[in-house]
Write a protein that binds this ligand. Structure first.
Ligand code: GAR
Length: 221
């Protein structure tokens, strides 16, 4: 049995995806040790959750640094110091500097609220509605220097209901995110999902297409 995966989480907001990871750990569905929760915002709910769970926290103020690279080099230096083996971006709302994150290639995941490659960046729910899409969803991907552009590992798909608005769509998607992210992180913790030869591998073979979340959990495409 592999040792618990040392995870650091970056979050800018309320932290419901962090909460889902902690719940998965508490239920023994995720063998992990949370070594740090870091944020660019002192008021992030994620920090309060971490404090309540006795996880070390870190806040860095981007305004205290001359530029993005200086901030990111400091942040990712601190993440390295934490001993983290995996970084999870759980609602971290900053663009990352390619040089600062290069050492973390294959060791950093992001959850993004769209069916990537659709709708990188912001306002994903609104954009899916405006486009008249029939389906929306969330993706977990390995982070590369390209914004929301790294290899997609798994997706949760949600049919869009006629007449629903942005807020309702986001609200209906969130519980799927809360199942998707821990399920992918658990595969990494089991050392079943790894980065090898420049891409994701699952159970000893290259991951051809993103896995899909069903009621049973993650399924291969
Ligand atoms: C989640 O919906 C996540 O997918 C999104 O931010 C929200 C964070 O919620 N992430 C992004 O938009 C990243 N580009 P939370 O703080 O409650 O986990």
């Amino acid at each position: 049995m592999p040792s618990p995966l040392r995870i650091a989480v970056l979050a800018s907001g309320r932290g419901s995806n962090l909460a889902a990871l902690l719940t998965a750990r508490d239920r023994d569905e995720l063998k992990a040790e949370f070594v740090l929760v870091a944020s660019d915002r002192p008021d992030a709910g994620a920090l309060r959750l971490a404090e309540a769970a006795a996880i070390p926290t870190l806040v860095l103020d981007p305004k205290a640094y001359p530029d993005r690279r200086a901030f990111d080099l400091e942040l990712f230096g601190k993440l390295a110091d934490s001993g983290a083996e995996l970084i999870v971006l759980a609602g971290f709302m900053r663009i990352l500097d390619g040089e600062a994150i290069a050492p973390w290639t294959g060791r950093m995941l992001n959850i993004h609220p769209s069916l990537l490659p659709k709708y990188r960046g912001l306002h994903t729910h609104r954009r899916a509605l405006e486009a008249g899409d029939l389906e929306h969803g969330a993706s977990v991907h390995f982070v590369t220097a390209e914004l929301d552009g790294g290899p997609v590992l798994a997706q949760a798909v949600l049919p869009i209901e006629p007449g629903e608005d942005e807020q309702r769509l986001a609200q209906r998607l969130l519980p799927l995110e809360h199942r998707l992210l821990p399920a992918v992180v658990a595969l990494v913790a089991q050392r079943r999902l790894v980065w090898r030869d420049g891409g994701p591998w699952l159970d000893g073979a290259p991951l051809g297409a993103p896995m899909r979340l069903s009621t049973q959990g993650l399924e291969s495409a």
